[in-house]
Write a protein that binds this ligand. Structure first.
Ligand code: CLF
Ligand code: SF4
Length: 512
């Protein structure tokens, strides 16, 4: 992605200022259970049961539980300017990736194979490669087959919402407990800049008329899901200069209609993706702009910040890519028996470990809250999952970003990076872009790091921290933050505010 121009940068500074004002008016996000970091005590028991092991609906769960998508839905009924239909639906998928299309029968076989191999895989989602509800027969047939073969899996789908009101009862019938709608606007004037056309009731609509129909159907869909007790997540693509400020209104509108969670994702646009926005130079937001908007929305509704804009055929923990283990060829050769009891046993053990970690948190947080510091800073963490600092700098495909304050360690996003180590050799050309991606952080936590990247991070003012290798992220980052405050208080170091970091579009050749 190109860096913002001076004009763009100054206009975004105004936006960040405006959004900060909104946060101040709302007195920040002090409410318990705010964000998808909600825990057992913040939610009604019935809702907690639905989200506790869904990696997208619970930030904490995404460290432990996996999801998979099956690409059974090729057609789409609308056109988004950030999508190139040669590729997958960009509403829940990065542009520039293509999935192998499956029949419902092939999909069900794949689900059984994956869930038998990965016992922490708890959710089957259908998110494309087109719109699942523009392909209702294939989508619901897949759900039917999976329901029979793997009854303990949660079912999930993601849609643009145009056809949703026609299918809400079927969604309920198949016990699909989680539905995502991508809502980028509630103002048709803005919608006309995002959607050139829709196809509705055998007719093509364009411009404001198309956007009006789409927004009415989407908001109706949110209300209908809420009335039937189906958890609704809203995804929004942040498009600077088009819908960025407007997403504050979208946030209020979906909250008032019963949406459970709001996921604001950055536009990923690059000319090589061949999308309208990619070709006309529309930029995506910077990390700082995205965070400011997410912070501004947070008092209204739980915000999701750990989305990986994954593929329509994604398999594994969020941010992990295990598709290569489950190609059609490999699945034919696999001799699997779906064992619900074994899966339950594995997950029960996982829950025990998770409960132990949660029980250990309050004393850490109480200690922090007593410190009285007003400082807030970001740190980046290299992790393979399980909530641990367990990845080497050179092997990290992404860094998870935490905001540290007297309130504790709060997950606020992630930064994708290209691998520094490839086949045992360091790719020196990549080091600068990796450091740029975490340049707004005060420290990077890693299990191990080499001399050169360590020296370059220090030169960039980012502290490499490897003394907490394989320890829990919360505990380690809080301990480091305490030591940091001591260093500031004793005058050993001076606290400095950090600038912005870029969110770069992912290279077309990247594996995840
Ligand atoms: Fe898939 Fe989406 Fe269900 Fe999750 S993804 S259909 S809710 S199971 Fe999750 Fe992937 Fe983000 Fe989607 S990280 S793109 S939000
Ligand atoms: Fe592309 Fe998805 Fe939009 Fe359809 S709904 S045009 S597949 S991004």
């Amino acid at each position: 992605m190109d860096a913002p121009t001076q004009q763009e940068a100054s206009s975004s500074a105004i936006e960040i200022g405006e959004i900060t004002k909104v946060i101040a008016e709302k007195k920040g996000c002090g409410t318990a259970g705010c964000g998808s970091q909600a825990s057992r005590n913040d939610l009604p028991a019935e809702t907690w049961e639905k989200v506790k092991n869904h990696p997208c609906y619970s930030e904490e769960a995404h460290h432990h539980y996996a999801r998979m998508h099956v690409a059974v839905a090729p057609a789409c009924n609308i056109k988004c300017n950030y999508c190139n239909r040669k590729y997958d639906c960009a509403n829940e998928s990065r542009p520039g990736v293509v999935s192998e299309r499956l029949t419902p029968e092939q999909a069900a076989k794949k689900v059984v194979a994956v869930a038998s191999t990965i016992p922490q895989m708890t959710v089957l989602g259908i998110a494309g490669p087109g719109d699942p509800l523009a392909n209702p027969e294939r989508t619901f047939k897949t759900f039917e087959l999976v329901r029979e073969a793997a009854p303990d899996l949660k079912l999930c789908l993601s849609t643009n919402g145009l056809a949703l009101p026609d299918h809400v009862d079927t969604i309920k019938k198949f016990n699909v407990e989680h539905v995502t709608i991508t809502i980028n606007m509630i103002d048709p004037m803005i919608g006309a800049k995002i959607y050139p056309w829709i196809f509705y009731k055998h007719k093509r609509y364009t411009g404001i008329q198309a956007a009006k129909i789409l927004t009415d159907r989407q908001l109706q869909g949110v209300e209908m899901l809420d009335a039937r007790g189906v958890l609704c997540k809203v995804n929004s693509v942040m498009i600077p200069g088009i819908n960025d400020r407007h997403l504050l209104e979208v946030n209020k509108a979906v909250k008032s209609r019963g949406a459970f969670l709001h996921n604001i994702m950055p536009l990923i646009s690059s000319p090589e993706h061949g999308t309208v926005f990619g070709l006309n130079g529309q930029r995506g937001p910077t990390a700082r702009e995205l965070k400011a908007l997410q912070d501004g929305c947070e008092g209204e509704i739980r915000m999701m910040r750990h989305c990986r804009q994954c593929r329509a055929d994604a398999v594994g923990l969020l941010g992990e890519d295990r598709r290569a283990e489950f190609t059609t060829e490999k699945i034919v050769e696999m001799n699997v028996k779906y064992d619900v009891e074994r899966r339950k046993g594995y997950q029960a053990k996982l829950e025990e470990e998770r409960a132990a970690k949660t029980a250990a948190k309050p004393s850490d947080l109480t200690k922090r809250a007593n410190n009285g510091s007003h400082l807030k800073l970001l740190v980046a963490v290299a992790t393979k999952g399980a909530g641990l600092i367990n990845e080497h700098f050179g092997h990290a495909k992404e860094f998870q970003v935490y905001e540290l304050s007297s309130g504790g360690a709060k997950f606020v996003g992630h930064r994708r990076v290209d691998l520094y180590c490839q086949g045992g050799y360091a790719e020196e050309g990549r080091l600068a872009t990796i450091i740029e991606a975490v340049s707004d952080c005060h420290a990077v936590f890693i299990a191990k790091i080499g001399g050169r990247p360590s020296a370059e991070l220090i030169k960039a003012g980012v502290e490499p921290v490897d003394q907490y290798a394989h320890e829990p992220i919360d505990k380690a980052t809080i301990a480091w933050f305490e030591a940091y405050l001591d260093r500031v208080n004793s005058g050993t170091i001076q606290h400095e505010e950090r600038g912005d970091a870029a969110i770069r579009p992912r290279a077309l050749t990247s594996a995840v």
